[in-house]
Design a protein around this ligand. Structure first.
Ligand code: NAD
Length: 417
């Protein structure tokens, strides 16, 4: 039977696996495997040619037993309710892994943003924000950027929500520009967090990051900054990167600063001077020390997992590895640092941004990075012994750690009425 690639069913399977280890009763498993609240909005947007098009968007609040919901907004043609549900579930475990006082949520709009003008994108963002404004807010649910949304999108969201309220509400979204209450370090936080976790894990595994070879799939916010940080801060040799238009490979190491300029100029990493073209499939199977999936879900599956030669997989993307692939990698001795830990730097600095907005008192870049490093390294150091003691992979250990925190919150709060 072919592997089930439905995102939400994968998310539920991951919860059930940790629930078994934690010996949770069926009522609690029922609570944990269902989203708390889901909103679907169909909303009209006027296009530049004067015609009107209706778009569909979602906001799913998966669980808020530990605090307000938190999670990004994705603009992509493949967005679906089940994908948003899965991403919202993962946010619940991610905030718990990092000990942030948040629940999990996610939003998305079915749209190809590359086909819209900037004005159309602004109108779409503003109308989507007004449609979901009934359930978001600094104490309720705080959106942030995700695939194909950025700090400009967040500025439009913050402005729209503030216009509805009649006063400025910077704490309603994170990932904003600095000039309206953004945080130092938020732009590179996801990749920086992944780098800190990779560095800690490499030490445990005896991998010298100064000599390590790295391949990165995806060259957006997470992937391009990830490649730069591995290159600049760890001195690793980044030999391959890719984006939606193709990949490039140089066994002697790619010149990352020049590649960033090339991507800026041409819109893609493809055709970078001094490199060989490589497909995404080939990139995943390269003989490198560290593989960093930083694009979309379901990239490492039962079909290609046994061909992965990397010693370590660092999931900057959400959900890039399927449960069957997890088993194969674990059996083959590949150390996988799961998304809910490896890419939690983004939501952690988002939390710092929200805290700074709420107290209207802002921190230096050094302060932000130091706090991020200490929180994410602590999470890694807490999860590693669970994986060793229970003899389970790092994803399952991270789930056991996170799910227990959410369960404890449910139990101590009790069931109303
Ligand atoms: P982004 O839009 O900035 O970049 C996405 C990148 O993936 C682009 O380079 C795109 O060309 C590439 N891509 C798309 N389809 C591809 C394919 N089939 N093969 C190879 N590359 C492909 O998005 P992002 O913010 O960097 O997010 C990437 C992943 O990281 C997502 O899974 C997202 O959920 C996750 N993530 C992002 C953040 C954040 O703060 N931005 C935080 C946590 C997790």
């Amino acid at each position: 039977m072919p592997e089930n690639l439905d995102q939400f069913e994968i998310a539920v399977a991951q919860i059930r696996k940790s629930a078994q280890i934690l010996k949770l009763d069926s009522g609690m498993v029922d609570i944990l495997t269902k989203p708390k609240r889901e909103l679907t909005v169909n909303f009209p947007v006027r296009l530049d040619d004067g015609t009107v098009k209706v778009f569909t968007g979602y906001r799913v609040q998966y669980n808020y037993s530990r605090g307000p919901c938190k999670g990004g907004v994705r603009f992509h043609p493949n967005v679906s309710l089940n994908e948003v549900r899965a991403l919202a579930a993962w946010m619940t475990w991610k905030t718990a892994v990092m000990n942030l006082p948040y629940g999990g949520a996610k939003g998305g709009v079915i749209v190809d943003p590359k086909k819209l003008s900037r004005d159309e994108l602004e109108r779409l963002t503003r109308r989507y924000t007004s449609e979901i404004s009934i359930i978001i807010g600094p104490e309720k649910d705080i959106p942030a950027p995700d695939v194909y949304t950025d700090s400009q999108t967040m500025a439009w969201m913050m402005d729209t929500f503030s216009m509805i309220k009649g006063y400025s509400v910077p704490g309603v979204v994170t990932g904003k520009p600095l000039s309206i209450g953004g945080s130092e370090g938020r732009g590179e936080a996801t990749a920086r967090g992944a780098m800190y976790v990779a560095r800690a894990a490499a030490k445990t595994r005896g991998i010298d990051t100064g000599k390590a070879t790295v391949a990165v799939q995806g060259f957006g916010n997470a992937g391009s900054i990830g490649a730069r940080l591995f290159h600049e801060e760890l001195g690793s040799k980044v030999v391959a990167v890719s984006d939606s238009k193709g990949g490039v490979y140089n066994p002697n190491g790619l010149n990352i600063p020049e590649l960033l300029i090339h991507k800026e100029k041409t819109g893609s990493v493809a055709n970078f001077q001094g490199s060989k073209a490589i497909s995404n499939e080939e990139l995943l199977q390269l003989d490198v020390d560290i593989l960093v999936p930083a694009a979309l879900e379901n990239q490492i599956t039962e079909k290609n997992a046994s061909a992965v030669k990397a010693k370590m997989v660092v999931e900057e993307a959400n959900g890039p590895t399927t449960p069957k692939a997890d088993e194969i990698l674990h059996k083959n001795g590949v150390l996988l640092l799961p998304d809910i830990l490896a890419n939690a730097g983004g939501v952690t600095v988002s939390y710092f941004e929200w805290v700074q907005d709420m107290q209207s008192f802002f921190w230096s870049l050094e302060e932000v990075n130091n706090k991020l490093e200490s929180l994410i390294t602590k999470a890694y150091n807490d999860i590693l012994p669970i994986s060793q003691k229970e003899n389970i992979d790092m994803r399952t250990a991270a789930y056991v750690y996170a799910v227990k925190k959410v369960v404890d919150a449910h139990k101590i709060r009790g069931l109303w009425p």
